[in-house]
Design a protein. Sequence first.
Length: 228
Amino acid sequence: MRIAEIYRSVQGEGLLTGVPSVFVRASGCNLRCWFCDTPYTSWRPEGRDMSTDEIVAQVEEWDTRHVVVTGGEPMLFAELIPLCHRLRAIGRHVTIETAGTLYLPVACDLMSISPKFASSAPPANAEPHWHRRHVRERHRPDVIRRLVTEFDYQVKFVVDTPTDLEEMNRYLAELTEIARDRVLLMPQGVDQQQLDERALWLRPYCETQGLIFCPRKQIEWFGPVRGT
Ligand code: SF4
């Protein structure tokens, strides 16, 4: 499994915000969102192939119960199956961060699904191959339905403009298995100013719609710094 980085930090997003966690970041993604905040796992994938033994040994260097396997797209790697089994066998709580386009029969405690909107596709003129692939692969209701049925889950939408909210509502209308109190809306942005601008309209929207506004605390705490 190609790994870009393994580090200990604090979960900055979602239902487990504030929980100390070890992050195992897989490198490689089947999508190429234009705003990707980890381009070193998508547009320019870095890292090296690590065995399950190596990854588990590195995780065990920290006495930290929560492990977040993220990416990139960790569901691209079949080795995720033995990795999750091993992590749970040593008593770790496992969160998987995925865009919800691929399914694997993993063992995990929280499936954190972040479906991508049409607006996240890279521009067709500059990136025609990845634009076509993004359009083809990003929306997999069959996969998301299976994930939310089989796992404890949260669904995190990254919202860039109010137009995205129309698509988010179409998602929820199509996928009636998703409970509204498991839906979190996060502003798109790579710095605090961008996040604050979008929070101005997104937070009130969440309050009126019974959805959870989800700040990206890691940017507030650490800034747009890799490995934090
Ligand atoms: S799905 Fe996630 S990791 Fe992949 S390109 Fe989009 S934002 Fe980046």
